[in-house]
Ligand binder design. Sequence first.
Ligand SMILES: Cc1ncc(COP(=O)(O)O)c(C=O)c1O
Length: 438
Amino acid sequence: MGKSSDSFENAKRYIPGGVNTSLRSFGYPLTFTRAEGSKIWDADGVEYIDYHCAFGPIILGHCHPKVNKRVFETLASLDIIGAGTTEQEAKLAEKICYNIPSAEKVLFCNSGAEATYSALRLARAVTDRNEIIKFQGCYHGWHDSLLMNVISGASKIGKKDPLSAGMLQDAIDKTHVATFNNLEEVEKIIRERKGKIAAIILEPIPHNIGCVLPKREFLQGLRELTEREGIVLIFDEVITGFRHSLGGYQKICGVTPDITTLGKAIANGYPLAAICGREDFMNRFNTAGGDVFFAGTFNAHPLSTTAGIATVEELESGEVHERIFELGNVMRKGMQEICDQLGITAYAAGFGSVFVTYFMSPPVENYTDLLKNDGDTFVKYRRKMVEKGVFVLPMNLKRNHIAASHTKQDIQRTLECARESLTELVNANKVKVGPAVK
Ligand SMILES: Cc1ncc(COP(=O)(O)O)c(C=O)c1O
């Protein structure tokens, strides 16, 4: 027992499970007290190189001095008024509309789940339809219409797999789940539910199961299909937005959705999310004659929007993306080499600054392919990494993030720890060895 676990036990007396988000509980009773750059420290002073990055918001690095300086400046003169607007929200909205191809207008809220909730409500309003298509493996937040079929057991594939008790059955019934990268399956659902589908929502790269890359023709096909059928296409870029490019993944793939949801890396760790898209759709919110309700006491909080402006300004030169993409490549290449040398069947996947090592052979085109991943090894390996001071969340299929504050030395140290951890697992016969993955 140390301070870290004592504090965690204390938290459990007042907070269910001691955590304020289900997935923050991962088997270790850790209390964190400090974060700076690429590192985090627990209450016993143990240092970790952090690749969890709070599930993705940290893109520049923890407690980034330039972001914090700007936030402190705003804090000295403005907290929250709750009427009219602020210069900060207008400035950040302008930057988002400039950068994100689909963004003609934007609204701010506090979490990705609020953004996807509003996106669905808007889609229902503009289409006068009620049903939704989502994809197995994608996560879009905690609300009833979308909290289903993320990391499902094999027996649940092809069936509804709600993630919580207490969800409205009607919401579950009105959401259809399709296989990622499978356009025919989407077409079939649309044929069967002719005139009933309001929206198709997807993570353009399903990072909630690591990294499954979309086929270009799949995204293009969804765009054509939705245009033809009068369905709203929603890209949930809560993870990919800002992390992969200032314009989101839509800028990279060249497919422009009707509506985009943003969050996480937008403000380098301050609570901020957004919904943006076509002006004619977005004007259904708030404007005179607009009929779709959008509200939140803390929406567009000046501290968060200031952090958003400072973060976007840091990303504008392109140097941050160049750096984190390069470090991502070094990490993936290094991981693959280590696994190949040790004879472990593994696939170092990822995109840009996101990396994940699956214990299986490629290809990975959808969630069903990932059922081949050896989840037991995945978690055991990550536990060893955490014990060696590299914080990669020890949960099956979870991705890792590189921030601009990570150094080449951090990456080298991480690869050394990976080699040690995997060697220990091989020596203890805890990992399947097989032919090298080509
Ligand atoms: C793609 C995606 N959309 C939406 C959400 C929900 O965001 P939040 O946790 O900020 O509500 C998440 C959270 O992980 C996410 O990964």
